[in-house]
Write a protein of this length. Structure first.
Length: 343
Protein backbone atom coordinates (compact mmCIF):
# COMPACT_ATOMS: atom_id res chain seq x y z
CA UNK A 1 0.00 0.00 0.00
CA UNK A 2 1.70 3.25 -1.05
CA UNK A 3 2.37 6.05 1.42
CA UNK A 4 0.57 9.36 1.14
CA UNK A 5 2.24 12.73 1.02
CA UNK A 6 1.30 14.48 4.24
CA UNK A 7 0.97 17.74 2.38
CA UNK A 8 -1.43 16.45 -0.28
CA UNK A 9 -4.59 18.41 -0.95
CA UNK A 10 -7.16 16.23 0.80
CA UNK A 11 -10.23 18.49 0.78
CA UNK A 12 -11.18 17.72 -2.86
CA UNK A 13 -10.92 14.05 -1.97
CA UNK A 14 -13.22 14.53 0.99
CA UNK A 15 -15.79 16.36 -1.07
CA UNK A 16 -15.73 13.66 -3.70
CA UNK A 17 -16.28 10.96 -1.08
CA UNK A 18 -19.08 12.91 0.54
CA UNK A 19 -20.90 13.36 -2.77
CA UNK A 20 -20.41 9.77 -3.94
CA UNK A 21 -20.99 7.85 -0.73
CA UNK A 22 -23.17 9.67 1.76
CA UNK A 23 -26.38 8.89 -0.08
CA UNK A 24 -26.15 5.17 0.73
CA UNK A 25 -28.75 3.79 3.20
CA UNK A 26 -28.11 3.59 6.94
CA UNK A 27 -27.31 0.06 8.15
CA UNK A 28 -28.84 -1.13 11.43
CA UNK A 29 -26.65 -2.80 14.01
CA UNK A 30 -26.60 -2.99 17.76
CA UNK A 31 -23.01 -3.99 18.37
CA UNK A 32 -20.41 -2.24 20.51
CA UNK A 33 -18.65 0.78 19.06
CA UNK A 34 -15.65 3.05 19.58
CA UNK A 35 -15.75 6.81 19.91
CA UNK A 36 -13.49 8.67 17.44
CA UNK A 37 -10.75 9.16 20.01
CA UNK A 38 -10.88 5.50 21.02
CA UNK A 39 -10.67 4.40 17.40
CA UNK A 40 -7.69 6.68 16.77
CA UNK A 41 -5.92 5.30 19.85
CA UNK A 42 -6.62 1.73 18.76
CA UNK A 43 -5.05 2.38 15.33
CA UNK A 44 -2.21 4.58 16.61
CA UNK A 45 -3.38 7.61 14.59
CA UNK A 46 -4.61 11.16 15.04
CA UNK A 47 -8.18 12.04 14.11
CA UNK A 48 -10.37 14.93 12.99
CA UNK A 49 -14.09 15.30 12.33
CA UNK A 50 -15.00 17.20 9.15
CA UNK A 51 -18.39 18.74 9.96
CA UNK A 52 -18.47 20.90 6.82
CA UNK A 53 -18.45 17.90 4.47
CA UNK A 54 -20.97 15.66 6.14
CA UNK A 55 -19.08 14.79 9.32
CA UNK A 56 -16.42 12.63 7.75
CA UNK A 57 -13.95 11.05 10.14
CA UNK A 58 -10.29 11.49 9.15
CA UNK A 59 -7.62 9.30 10.73
CA UNK A 60 -4.08 10.28 9.96
CA UNK A 61 -0.55 9.01 10.65
CA UNK A 62 2.80 9.81 9.09
CA UNK A 63 2.24 7.08 6.50
CA UNK A 64 -1.51 6.65 6.02
CA UNK A 65 -4.80 8.52 5.90
CA UNK A 66 -8.19 6.85 6.49
CA UNK A 67 -11.52 8.51 5.67
CA UNK A 68 -14.76 7.11 7.08
CA UNK A 69 -18.24 8.36 6.19
CA UNK A 70 -21.68 7.75 7.74
CA UNK A 71 -24.23 5.46 6.11
CA UNK A 72 -21.68 3.67 3.93
CA UNK A 73 -19.62 0.53 4.15
CA UNK A 74 -16.90 1.95 1.95
CA UNK A 75 -13.82 3.76 3.27
CA UNK A 76 -10.71 5.34 1.83
CA UNK A 77 -7.56 3.74 3.22
CA UNK A 78 -4.41 5.39 1.84
CA UNK A 79 -5.39 5.86 -1.81
CA UNK A 80 -7.67 2.82 -2.15
CA UNK A 81 -11.38 2.28 -1.50
CA UNK A 82 -12.14 -0.74 0.68
CA UNK A 83 -15.34 -2.49 1.79
CA UNK A 84 -16.19 -2.58 5.49
CA UNK A 85 -18.37 -5.06 7.42
CA UNK A 86 -20.52 -2.17 8.75
CA UNK A 87 -20.90 1.55 8.02
CA UNK A 88 -17.76 3.35 9.14
CA UNK A 89 -19.68 5.89 11.24
CA UNK A 90 -23.05 5.47 12.95
CA UNK A 91 -24.94 7.18 15.76
CA UNK A 92 -25.39 5.21 18.96
CA UNK A 93 -27.60 6.77 21.68
CA UNK A 94 -26.75 10.21 20.34
CA UNK A 95 -22.99 9.57 20.15
CA UNK A 96 -20.98 9.21 16.96
CA UNK A 97 -19.05 5.97 16.85
CA UNK A 98 -17.44 3.25 14.76
CA UNK A 99 -18.43 -0.42 15.16
CA UNK A 100 -15.83 -2.69 16.72
CA UNK A 101 -15.93 -4.91 13.61
CA UNK A 102 -14.89 -1.91 11.48
CA UNK A 103 -12.05 -1.10 13.88
CA UNK A 104 -10.81 -4.69 13.56
CA UNK A 105 -10.99 -4.53 9.77
CA UNK A 106 -9.07 -1.24 9.62
CA UNK A 107 -6.37 -2.58 11.94
CA UNK A 108 -5.83 -5.46 9.49
CA UNK A 109 -5.53 -3.06 6.55
CA UNK A 110 -2.90 -0.76 8.05
CA UNK A 111 0.73 -1.23 6.97
CA UNK A 112 2.57 -3.43 9.46
CA UNK A 113 5.94 -2.38 10.89
CA UNK A 114 8.92 -3.94 9.17
CA UNK A 115 9.91 -7.10 11.01
CA UNK A 116 13.17 -8.47 9.65
CA UNK A 117 14.05 -12.13 9.90
CA UNK A 118 15.95 -13.09 13.02
CA UNK A 119 19.64 -12.47 12.50
CA UNK A 120 19.02 -10.02 9.67
CA UNK A 121 21.01 -7.38 11.59
CA UNK A 122 24.26 -7.80 13.46
CA UNK A 123 25.45 -5.42 16.19
CA UNK A 124 28.77 -5.45 18.06
CA UNK A 125 28.32 -4.42 21.72
CA UNK A 126 31.47 -3.22 23.46
CA UNK A 127 31.53 -2.96 27.28
CA UNK A 128 34.31 -0.47 27.96
CA UNK A 129 37.40 -1.37 30.04
CA UNK A 130 37.61 -4.77 31.81
CA UNK A 131 40.16 -7.03 33.50
CA UNK A 132 43.25 -5.10 34.60
CA UNK A 133 41.63 -1.86 33.33
CA UNK A 134 38.88 -0.87 35.82
CA UNK A 135 38.04 2.46 34.18
CA UNK A 136 36.69 5.12 36.53
CA UNK A 137 35.93 4.30 40.17
CA UNK A 138 33.09 5.94 42.09
CA UNK A 139 33.33 7.42 45.62
CA UNK A 140 31.83 4.21 47.04
CA UNK A 141 34.15 1.95 45.07
CA UNK A 142 31.92 1.10 42.11
CA UNK A 143 34.11 0.18 39.15
CA UNK A 144 33.19 1.40 35.68
CA UNK A 145 34.17 -1.91 34.06
CA UNK A 146 31.47 -3.68 36.11
CA UNK A 147 28.62 -1.28 35.31
CA UNK A 148 29.63 -1.22 31.65
CA UNK A 149 29.45 -5.01 31.46
CA UNK A 150 26.14 -5.21 33.34
CA UNK A 151 24.48 -2.71 31.00
CA UNK A 152 26.04 -4.32 27.91
CA UNK A 153 24.75 -7.79 28.82
CA UNK A 154 21.27 -6.39 29.32
CA UNK A 155 21.59 -4.55 26.01
CA UNK A 156 22.47 -7.86 24.35
CA UNK A 157 19.27 -9.40 25.70
CA UNK A 158 17.18 -6.44 24.54
CA UNK A 159 18.62 -6.58 21.02
CA UNK A 160 18.34 -10.36 20.75
CA UNK A 161 14.68 -10.09 21.73
CA UNK A 162 14.27 -7.95 18.58
CA UNK A 163 15.91 -10.60 16.41
CA UNK A 164 19.32 -8.91 16.24
CA UNK A 165 22.48 -11.01 16.21
CA UNK A 166 24.81 -9.63 18.89
CA UNK A 167 28.58 -10.04 19.12
CA UNK A 168 30.25 -8.97 22.39
CA UNK A 169 33.81 -7.67 22.52
CA UNK A 170 33.82 -9.13 26.02
CA UNK A 171 31.14 -10.91 28.06
CA UNK A 172 33.17 -11.33 31.25
CA UNK A 173 35.67 -9.36 33.33
CA UNK A 174 38.57 -9.73 30.91
CA UNK A 175 40.95 -7.22 29.36
CA UNK A 176 40.60 -6.54 25.63
CA UNK A 177 42.86 -3.99 23.95
CA UNK A 178 41.36 -1.07 22.07
CA UNK A 179 42.78 -2.44 18.83
CA UNK A 180 41.37 -5.86 19.71
CA UNK A 181 37.88 -4.36 20.05
CA UNK A 182 38.22 -2.58 16.71
CA UNK A 183 39.49 -5.80 15.12
CA UNK A 184 36.39 -7.68 16.33
CA UNK A 185 34.25 -5.03 14.66
CA UNK A 186 36.18 -5.24 11.39
CA UNK A 187 36.12 -9.05 11.40
CA UNK A 188 32.38 -9.32 12.10
CA UNK A 189 31.39 -6.63 9.55
CA UNK A 190 28.30 -5.64 11.60
CA UNK A 191 25.51 -3.18 10.89
CA UNK A 192 26.33 -1.14 14.00
CA UNK A 193 28.90 -0.85 16.80
CA UNK A 194 28.02 0.50 20.25
CA UNK A 195 30.50 1.05 23.10
CA UNK A 196 29.17 1.39 26.67
CA UNK A 197 30.90 3.59 29.25
CA UNK A 198 30.27 5.55 32.44
CA UNK A 199 31.52 9.11 32.69
CA UNK A 200 33.68 10.77 35.35
CA UNK A 201 34.70 14.33 36.20
CA UNK A 202 36.71 16.21 38.88
CA UNK A 203 33.46 17.75 40.15
CA UNK A 204 31.18 15.39 42.07
CA UNK A 205 28.15 17.37 40.90
CA UNK A 206 28.65 16.62 37.19
CA UNK A 207 25.84 14.50 35.74
CA UNK A 208 24.05 13.73 32.50
CA UNK A 209 24.20 11.60 29.36
CA UNK A 210 26.25 12.14 26.23
CA UNK A 211 26.81 10.10 23.09
CA UNK A 212 29.80 10.31 20.74
CA UNK A 213 30.53 9.56 17.09
CA UNK A 214 33.81 9.84 15.18
CA UNK A 215 35.13 13.34 14.61
CA UNK A 216 35.65 14.79 11.15
CA UNK A 217 39.03 16.21 12.31
CA UNK A 218 41.00 13.12 11.26
CA UNK A 219 42.60 11.89 8.07
CA UNK A 220 40.18 9.35 6.64
CA UNK A 221 42.72 7.87 4.22
CA UNK A 222 45.20 7.28 7.05
CA UNK A 223 42.38 5.92 9.18
CA UNK A 224 41.37 3.50 6.44
CA UNK A 225 44.93 2.28 6.01
CA UNK A 226 45.37 1.58 9.72
CA UNK A 227 41.98 -0.13 9.85
CA UNK A 228 43.07 -2.65 7.18
CA UNK A 229 39.73 -2.44 5.43
CA UNK A 230 38.73 -5.64 3.69
CA UNK A 231 37.23 -5.74 0.19
CA UNK A 232 34.09 -7.26 1.76
CA UNK A 233 33.79 -4.38 4.19
CA UNK A 234 34.12 -1.76 1.47
CA UNK A 235 31.61 -3.51 -0.77
CA UNK A 236 29.09 -3.90 2.07
CA UNK A 237 29.07 -0.23 3.05
CA UNK A 238 29.67 1.36 -0.34
CA UNK A 239 27.70 -0.98 -2.59
CA UNK A 240 30.73 -1.12 -4.87
CA UNK A 241 33.68 -3.49 -5.21
CA UNK A 242 37.02 -2.60 -3.68
CA UNK A 243 39.51 -0.65 -5.76
CA UNK A 244 42.99 -2.26 -5.77
CA UNK A 245 45.23 0.76 -5.17
CA UNK A 246 46.16 4.32 -6.01
CA UNK A 247 44.34 7.64 -5.89
CA UNK A 248 40.99 6.09 -6.72
CA UNK A 249 41.25 3.84 -3.68
CA UNK A 250 42.06 6.81 -1.47
CA UNK A 251 39.05 8.67 -2.81
CA UNK A 252 36.88 5.63 -2.10
CA UNK A 253 38.14 5.48 1.48
CA UNK A 254 37.31 9.14 1.96
CA UNK A 255 33.78 8.71 0.61
CA UNK A 256 33.28 5.55 2.68
CA UNK A 257 34.26 7.15 5.95
CA UNK A 258 32.28 10.31 5.32
CA UNK A 259 29.18 8.18 4.76
CA UNK A 260 29.89 6.16 7.89
CA UNK A 261 30.38 9.40 9.84
CA UNK A 262 26.98 10.63 8.68
CA UNK A 263 25.29 7.36 9.66
CA UNK A 264 27.16 7.31 12.98
CA UNK A 265 25.91 10.80 13.79
CA UNK A 266 22.34 9.74 13.00
CA UNK A 267 22.59 6.64 15.19
CA UNK A 268 24.22 8.55 18.04
CA UNK A 269 21.43 11.14 17.88
CA UNK A 270 18.70 8.49 18.02
CA UNK A 271 20.39 6.75 20.97
CA UNK A 272 20.83 10.04 22.83
CA UNK A 273 17.21 11.03 22.26
CA UNK A 274 15.98 7.62 23.40
CA UNK A 275 18.09 7.76 26.56
CA UNK A 276 17.00 11.28 27.45
CA UNK A 277 13.33 10.40 26.90
CA UNK A 278 13.63 7.33 29.11
CA UNK A 279 15.87 8.87 31.79
CA UNK A 280 14.19 12.26 32.04
CA UNK A 281 15.96 13.08 35.32
CA UNK A 282 19.37 12.89 33.63
CA UNK A 283 20.48 16.09 31.84
CA UNK A 284 21.00 15.93 28.09
CA UNK A 285 24.68 16.73 27.49
CA UNK A 286 24.28 16.27 23.77
CA UNK A 287 25.77 14.37 20.85
CA UNK A 288 29.46 15.08 20.34
CA UNK A 289 32.42 14.26 18.10
CA UNK A 290 35.49 12.48 19.43
CA UNK A 291 38.55 10.57 18.22
CA UNK A 292 38.06 7.47 20.38
CA UNK A 293 40.02 4.48 19.11
CA UNK A 294 37.04 2.11 19.00
CA UNK A 295 35.15 4.61 16.86
CA UNK A 296 38.12 5.36 14.63
CA UNK A 297 38.76 1.66 13.98
CA UNK A 298 35.20 0.65 13.03
CA UNK A 299 33.88 0.23 9.49
CA UNK A 300 30.20 0.57 10.36
CA UNK A 301 28.01 3.20 12.04
CA UNK A 302 29.53 3.47 15.52
CA UNK A 303 28.66 5.31 18.73
CA UNK A 304 30.02 5.51 22.27
CA UNK A 305 27.60 6.18 25.13
CA UNK A 306 28.59 7.80 28.43
CA UNK A 307 25.62 6.60 30.49
CA UNK A 308 26.06 8.79 33.60
CA UNK A 309 28.78 10.15 35.89
CA UNK A 310 30.23 7.52 38.20
CA UNK A 311 32.02 10.35 40.05
CA UNK A 312 28.63 11.70 41.18
CA UNK A 313 27.58 9.82 44.37
CA UNK A 314 23.86 9.77 43.50
CA UNK A 315 24.59 8.66 39.94
CA UNK A 316 27.00 6.02 41.20
CA UNK A 317 24.10 4.56 43.15
CA UNK A 318 21.93 4.62 40.02
CA UNK A 319 24.59 2.94 37.88
CA UNK A 320 24.83 0.14 40.45
CA UNK A 321 21.07 -0.50 40.28
CA UNK A 322 19.94 -3.39 38.03
CA UNK A 323 16.67 -1.53 37.45
CA UNK A 324 18.49 1.57 36.17
CA UNK A 325 20.88 -0.57 34.13
CA UNK A 326 17.88 -2.23 32.45
CA UNK A 327 16.31 1.15 31.64
CA UNK A 328 19.56 2.32 30.08
CA UNK A 329 19.92 -0.89 28.06
CA UNK A 330 16.33 -0.75 26.83
CA UNK A 331 16.69 2.89 25.76
CA UNK A 332 19.96 2.26 23.91
CA UNK A 333 18.41 -0.75 22.17
CA UNK A 334 15.42 1.34 21.09
CA UNK A 335 17.71 3.96 19.55
CA UNK A 336 19.73 1.31 17.70
CA UNK A 337 16.61 -0.44 16.37
CA UNK A 338 15.15 2.89 15.23
CA UNK A 339 18.40 3.61 13.37
CA UNK A 340 18.50 0.18 11.73
CA UNK A 341 14.86 0.42 10.71
CA UNK A 342 15.53 3.69 8.92
CA UNK A 343 18.52 2.53 6.86
Amino acid sequence: MPNLNRNMRIRPVLLAIACALLALPIGANGQSYLLPGQLAQRLGMDYKLEHSTGRLLLLRSDETIIVLAPRTRRALVADEFVDLPEPGISTYAGALGTPASVADALAELLPQPKQPERGYWKVVVDPGHGGKDPGATGPRGTREKDTNLAIALKLRSELEAEGVEVVMTRSADVFVTLEGRAEICRRESPDAFISIHANAAPSSSAKGIETYYITHKIDDVERAGKASLTPEGIEKFMGAPAVPSGTTRQMLYTVLHEELRRESRQMATRIQESLCDSLDSSPDRGVKEANFHVLRGSICPAALVETEFLSNPSNEKLLSSPFFQQKVARAIAAGIIQHLNNQ
